[in-house]
Write a protein that binds this ligand. Structure first.
Ligand code: AHM
Ligand code: MG
Length: 324
């Protein structure tokens, strides 16, 4: 039985990086426990507040954010944090080497209906000096990530982690309180016949995306020549996990509605970590026109169109954008 820390050591992760990842996982175990309590702990439902993006916060969004923030601030290796649920970046320890960005509870519209949600995180090295509340420190492209992962809180809690040496799955063994290795060197099948997109937004998409989806819907008779299946969990972590397990393509494309013209998802704590994971697992990730991890961020909460998953299918969508 191999634990996360043993795999990190084997893969040559530094003591400092292992410490940061282990602290994140302590937080995720606490979140997993709170989620499993659900209604019993009185933590379902919404708060009276909105986050910086104008979204109503669920009680568990706020609780999960506080759990991770509190734990990460105690790690001397963490310079600062940025979270979907924090307006600004937050300073931790001035001598810390690492910056952590996270979405503490992604897919939180699923909480009250007892469906899958997840925590997404990304770790960057702080370049140069400066307090961790300095947003400029965080504005690095996804190529600079030294680690990324998510924990999917489903029937079991599963950690998916990369430090740039492939992608491994770990399942939370609740008896010993540890994530243990359950699948190594995951590789997404190159081809797929399964897509995931919120079809109700169709009229807001650009023409290349409209064309691609309408061709998927035409099945064997259409130009793509395949009969497609569709899935939409409305939880990106669950969606990406399905793709890692059996292939598929996930899209949250450019969207003409204000204010979210770049779609719904955020670059620094959704697009980048998921792209790092998918690329490390033989997949591909793009906005339709450029690799997500090549984007130079300009602000911490910026949004990004996301197309990721099985390599050949993602490249098909890229061709629609080149031609459209
Ligand atoms: P959140 O971070 O506020 O939970 O929003 C992100 C989630 C993703 O997990 C999911 O892919 C998407 O929102 C679902 O959006 P929709 O409400 O359009 O189905
Ligand atoms: Mg999210």
């Amino acid at each position: 039985m191999l634990r996360v820390d043993e795999i990190l050591r084997r893969d040559g992760a530094s003591d400092e990086l292992r410490s940061v990842i282990n602290h994140i996982l302590v937080g995720c175990k606490e979140i997993a426990h709170k989620l499993s309590q659900g209604e019993l702990a009185g933590i379902l439902g919404s708060t009276e507040t909105e986050n910086v993006q104008g979204e109503t916060q669920k009680k568990l969004d706020v609780i999960s954010n506080d759990v991770l923030k509190h734990i990460l601030k105690q790690d001397p290796n963490v310079r600062g944090i940025a979270s979907e649920e924090e307006d600004n970046t937050v300073a931790a320890n001035d001598d810390g080497k690492y910056l952590v960005t996270f979405d503490p509870l992604d897919g939180s519209s699923n909480i009250d209906v007892n469906l899958s949600v997840g925590t997404i995180f990304s770790i960057l090295e702080a370049q140069g000096e400066g307090s961790g509340d300095n947003m400029e420190l965080f504005l690095q492209s996804g190529r600079n990530q030294v680690a990324a992962g998510y924990v999917l809180y489903g029937p079991s809690a599963i950690l998916v982690l990369t430090t740039g040496k492939g992608v491994n799955f770990f399942t939370l063994d609740r008896h010993i309180g540890e994530f243990v290795l359950t699948k190594e060197k995951v590789c997404i099948p190159e081809d797929t016949k399964e897509f995931a997109i919120n079809m109700s937004n169709q009229r807001f998409w650009e023409k290349p995306m409209q064309d691609y989806i309408s061709h998927c819907l035409q099945g064997e008779e259409g130009p793509l020549g395949k009969r497609y299946n569709m899935r939409w969990v409305a939880s990106m972590v669950a969606e990406v996990h399905r793709i890692l397990v059996r292939g598929g393509i996930f899209m949250y494309p450019w969207d003409s509605r204000d204010p979210g013209k770049a779609g719904k998802l955020r670059l620094m704590y959704e697009g980048n970590p998921m792209s790092f994971i998918v690329e490390q697992a033989c997949g591909r990730s793009t906005t339709g026109r450029e690799d997500i991890m090549d984007i130079q961020p300009t602000e911490i909460h910026q949004r990004v169109p996301v197309v990721l998953g099985s390599k050949n299918e993602v490249e098909t969508v890229m061709r629609y954008h080149q031609e459209g």
